[in-house]
Write a protein that binds this ligand. Structure first.
Ligand code: HEC
Length: 150
């Protein structure tokens, strides 16, 4: 009986712990202050993001490297690009690789080819870059074509 109580106690403790674990990695209440899109564009240039990225409708310096893993930012998307997604793409690029590209172009051994900026990009630069990028995503309603049978 005592053993049963110990096991029940243990499983309860484990359940509580796993609950805490889910809370610990929750993005709930994550909130960025307002950024400055113009400063963000400047940061995008001096951090050399343009070496691998173009943004539709934005004039950026010419690409220097021969074969950059070339990924377009902005453009049409079917779902709002949240700042949570953009921040994650920048500070944790391998978390979710950009869709629509051959894996060998954008990654190596499952890791994004995008360099990590976390050691030297300031938080303000991150916030401003997100404010700069976000309006360049245009949400469109996906068009479904149904075959009409006579
Ligand atoms: C050496 C090339 C390279 C540089 C420089 C680079 N990136 Fe990337 N970036 C990539 C690649 C490759 C991907 C696609 C794989 C991935 O999702 O991480 C990517 C993906 C992204 C995405 C997600 C795109 C999507 O559609 O999901 C964002 C946002 C982004 N980069 C922003 C930046 C910013 C901001 C900088 C500069 C601070 C930067 N990148 C610099 C290579 C680069």
């Amino acid at each position: 009986m005592k053993q049963l109580a110990t096991i029940t106690g243990l499983s309860l403790a484990l359940a509580a712990l796993s609950g805490c674990e889910a809370d610990r990695i929750s993005e709930k209440d994550f909130s960025l202050p307002e950024g400055n899109a113009m400063d963000g564009q400047e940061a995008f240039v001096y951090l050399h993001c343009y070496e691998c990225h173009t943004i539709d409708g934005v004039e950026l310096p010419p690409v220097l490297s021969d074969e950059p893993p070339y990924v377009e930012l902005g453009g049409q998307v079917t779902q709002v690009k949240t700042y949570g997604q953009l921040v994650t793409s920048i500070i944790n690029p391998s978390h979710k690789l950009a869709p629509g590209y051959p894996l060998e172009t954008i990654s190596e051994d499952g890791q994004s080819k995008m360099p990590l900026y976390n050691g030297y990009m300031t938080v303000q630069e991150l916030i401003d870059i997100v404010s700069f990028l976000q309006p360049h995503y245009q949400v469109i309603v996906p068009q479904y074509h149904y075959r009409v049978y006579p």
